[in-house]
Design a protein around this ligand. Sequence first.
Ligand code: 1HN
Length: 346
Amino acid sequence: MSAVPQPQVSKERKDFYARIDTGHVAPLWEVLHELVTPKPKTPCVPVVWKWDTVLPWIMESGKLITAQEAERRVLVLENPGLRGQSRATHSLYAGLQLVLPGEIARAHRHSQSALRFIMSGDGAYTAVDGERVTMHVGDFIITPSWSWHDHGNPSKEPIIWMDVLDMPIVELLDAQFMEKFPQQSQMTTHTEGASFARYGNTMMPLNYRPRSHTSPLFWYPYERSREALATLARSEDAHPCHGHKLQYVNPATGGAAMPTIGTFVQMLPRGFKGTDYRSTDSTIYSCVEGKGRARIGEQSIEFGPKDTFVAPSWMKHRFEVDAETVLFSASDRPVQQALDLWREET
Ligand code: 1HN
C-alpha cells in the first residue's frame, strides 16, 4: 500500500520539500512505508537482566545515595533498543528499587500507575491511600494512578522489588501530574488488611461504587497465587504455550487489575517444553521460582529466580524448563484490548 522509498529524490522534489518545510509541512510519501508497516516494528529487543549481575549494583547504589536523597533509589532496566528512554519495553518502564532497613521513601502521587513485584526481603511496607501492606517475596502490589504512596523498611534486611510503571503511555498522552505529600509519610487511616478483607475473598461491600478503573484490591499475595497455580497444575493439562497461566483481575469487574498494565502469573511444570507464542503486547517477565530457557526470536535466554527478561511485541517465544517454574509478567495488554488492537498467535 505504501510508496516505495526513492533512492534518489529529484531536484524538483527536493526544492519542493525545502519550501514546504519552512511552513512545517512534509510529504507523507517519503515516510509512509515506515509509519504503516505490515507488522509491528518495535525498537524493543529481547533482553535479560540476571539477578546475580544487578544485585551487587543495587547494593552498591545503597552506599552511594540514600532513599531520601534519591526520592526513589531505583536502577532502571533499560531495553538495549531503547537506551536513554527509561523503558523496558516501548510502553512500560521497569526498575529495581532498594529500601534499606530504617529508610523511608517519601510520600508522593502521580498520574502514572505503578506495580511492585517483590523480589527480595521481608517485612517492609508500602502505603497506598492510607493503608499499609507488608511486602513478601512474590507479592504483587498496585499503586493506582494519583494515589498517595510511600514505602518504609522497619525490618532488619534490605528490601528489593521491581517497579513497573505505565510512564511511556502517560507520556505519549501528555497527561502527567505529580505532587509531593507535605510530610515524609502519610497517615495510616485504614487497618492493614482492610482492603483485602473487603475485596480479596470473592466478596465485596454492599455499597461498593468504583472510584476508578483500578482494582480496589491493591495487594495480591504470592501465597494465594502460588496455591492457585499448584491446584490448577493438579487439575488441568498444561496449555501448550503458557503452562498454567492466570491473569490478575479487578475482583469487582473481572477486568484487568490495572487499566494500563496487564499482570499475569504462570506455572510451567518440570520438564515443560512449550510451543511458540506471540502477541502484540511486549512483555516483561520476572522469574519467581525454578529455572529454564526462553527462546525469544533468535535469542536463547537462560533464566532463574529473580531474573527479569523481555519478549518484544509479535516476536515468537517459547519456554523450556528444568524445574517447576513460576513466572510473573506484565504488559500493556489492557490498553491494546480497550483499543481493539491486541492480537495473539499460538
Ligand atoms: C515512583 O514513584 C516509584 O513510588 C518508583 O516507588 C519508580 C519511576 C518513575 C516515576 C515514579 C515509587 C518510579 C516512580
